[in-house]
Design a protein around this ligand. Structure first.
Ligand SMILES: Cc1cc2nc3c(=O)[nH]c(=O)nc-3n(C[C@H](O)[C@H](O)[C@H](O)COP(=O)(O)OP(=O)(O)OC[C@H]3O[C@@H](n4cnc5c(N)ncnc54)[C@H](O)[C@@H]3O)c2cc1C
Length: 259
């Protein structure tokens, strides 16, 4: 069966699916072409060890899946997505036993209280951002434009542009808070001496307090499946096993409907 489309999106990762949904919501007929046999890109799950044991080979914890204004606008629960909130978003171990780990809780005060001499500094860094996390995320995740919350945005930006190592050393005086911040900022996959690596530490920290670090029930694939379910309800199509090599490859493909 062949069909003409207004738009073709290459790649079925979360960004490709978000783009396809946006186009479909705007009334375009959309085809998503995925090069691999499985959908989702970094947002996948697989039985990697024993049958029935589901693993997430790439992304696993999804604070932005719950917090991003775009994701919050989608009816993903209707398409089978259920978030699980752990009692505490994360812990940073020190190798000397469970009791020694820094536990990051939803409560900013409870978390700060575990950081000893750096409690006040941690609160100073996080409190203004956590108080209006939803407004801030709207500004930092959206397209470049004049921010809706300029003061908050400036406050975030003043720390976010720094190298994580420099910020941790200048702000905190003890190992526990410094190590916690370094662990959060390491998600940038950048050297911690590099400018802007602090952005990841600040963002993941404020998300831990603002929305938690939820995981999808059944694994990350459930987010992809819900996105695809919603896309299909809007009339979008998806084909797998089609690695696009050239622009002309996108012309007149044969869609395979997912079940
Ligand atoms: C090890 C690791 C752990 C991570 N953990 C987390 C986490 O816990 N939480 C979190 O929020 N984020 C996490 N991330 C980040 C997250 O995985 C990415 O931000 C996200 O997957 C990016 O989505 P994307 O749609 O841009 O790209 P991808 O997810 O990479 O999807 C791109 C898709 O496009 C397809 N494609 C590429 N080229 C072609 C082509 N020419 N033709 C057809 N198809 C093509 C690919 O096969 C792929 O399916 C992690 C990343 C890594 C590497």
């Amino acid at each position: 069966m062949t069909k003409n489309y207004n738009a073709v999106v290459v790649g079925s990762g979360p960004n490709g699916l978000a783009a396809a949904i946006t186009l479909a919501q705007a009334g375009c007929s959309v085809l998503v072409i995925e090069g691999k046999e499985t959908i989702g890109g970094g947002l996948r799950s697989a039985e990697l060890t024993l049958p029935g044991f589901i693993h997430d080979p790439c992304s696993a914890v999804h604070p932005l899946g719950m917090a991003s204004p775009f994701f919050r606008s989608l009816p993903l629960e209707r398409f089978g997505l259920h978030w699980i909130q752990p009692d505490a978003p994360l812990a940073h171990p020190f190798g000397s036993g469970e009791a020694d780990a820094v536990l990051v809780e939803r409560s900013l005060d409870a978390t700060a209280a575990r950081l000893g001499v750096d409690a006040g500094r941690y609160r100073l860094l996080m409190a203004p951002l956590v108080e209006n996390w939803a407004g801030l995320l709207g500004d930092i995740l959206g397209p470049l434009r004049w921010p809706r919350h300029p003061l908050l945005y400036a406050r975030f930006g003043a720390t976010a542009v720094l190298p994580a190592a420099g910020l941790a050393r200048s702000l905190f005086s003890a190992e526990r808070a410094r190590a916690l911040f370094a662990g959060l900022a390491s998600h940038s996959i950048m050297p911690l001496e590099q400018p802007m690596s602090a952005a990841f530490g600040v963002t993941l920290g404020l998300l831990a307090h603002g929305v938690g670090w939820p995981i999808p029930e059944g694994g990350s694939q459930r987010v992809t499946d819900a996105l695809v379910g919603y896309l299909r309800s809007l009339g979008g199509d998806l084909v797998t096993g089609w690695m696009v090599q050239r622009l002309k490859n996108c012309r007149q493909p044969t869609p395979i409907y997912l079940t």
